[in-house]
Design a protein around this ligand. Structure first.
Ligand code: FMN
Length: 188
């Protein structure tokens, strides 16, 4: 059974990011996968202060909720990174979460995430797709560096209000179908 972890980096409960990530997980579960959604807003994840402890293979020196998340990340086959565009980048919640992936920099820990498949889910208000470009670049480079494989990007312009995504049924259906495929296929 495939394990799929959805990370929601929006501070809005039931916001657009949450809805999109949930649809993928819903589809995946329907097709037999085991899904889990993490709302970063509910966790205490401190910013990395660059102490380099984890780079040397030691436990992260921050004793916060990220230490509970590392095992979940490691045991998941597929990870969905969901964040709205905030000033042409991700939310601060998502950036703090990603920064803590330096834990996976030392050779011992890198093996634990190398080759994992990841998806990016990004809603935003402006209609211009280029709005998401800096954010996408940042994730593409980071995933490449971490040796994870970005298999799908769900980039949704033109949604600002909380719940605006609910009016885009076609998008939601696509996310649901995508989730089903993730559960049963090794390639998309
Ligand atoms: C602090 C902040 C910054 C934002 N910056 C942008 C932006 O640069 N471009 C854009 O298109 N939308 C921007 N937005 C709008 C959000 O991306 C949009 O409302 C999105 O649908 C929120 O997703 P959520 O419901 O998952 O929180 C911003 C919203 C906030 C609160």
């Amino acid at each position: 059974m495939k394990k799929i972890l959805g990370i929601v980096g929006s501070p809005r409960l039931n916001g657009n990011t949450h809805v999109l990530v949930s649809k993928i997980i819903e589809g995946a579960e329907k097709a037999g996968a085991s899904g889990d959604i993490i709302l970063l807003k509910d966790l205490d994840i401190k910013e990395c202060d660059g102490c380099h402890s984890c780079w040397k293979g030691n436990e992260c020196s921050k004793h916060d909720d990220m230490n509970k998340l590392y095992p979940k990340i490691i045991e998941s086959e597929i990870i969905i990174f969901g964040t709205p565009v905030y000033w042409y980048g991700p939310t601060a919640l998502m950036k703090a979460f990603l920064d803590r992936f330096v834990y996976f920099n030392c050779p011992g820990n890198r093996e634990k995430i190398k080759g994992k498949r990841v998806l990016l889910v990004v809603p935003f208000e402006e209609d211009d797709l280029r709005t998401a470009r800096p954010l996408i670049n940042m994730f593409e480079k980071s995933f490449q560096y971490l040796e994870m494989t970005l298999i799908e990007k769900i980039i949704v312009p033109g949604i600002g209000e909380k719940g605006a995504i609910l009016k885009k049924q076609e998008r939601l259906d696509k996310c649901y179908e995508l989730g089903k495929k993730l559960a049963i296929r090794d390639e998309l």
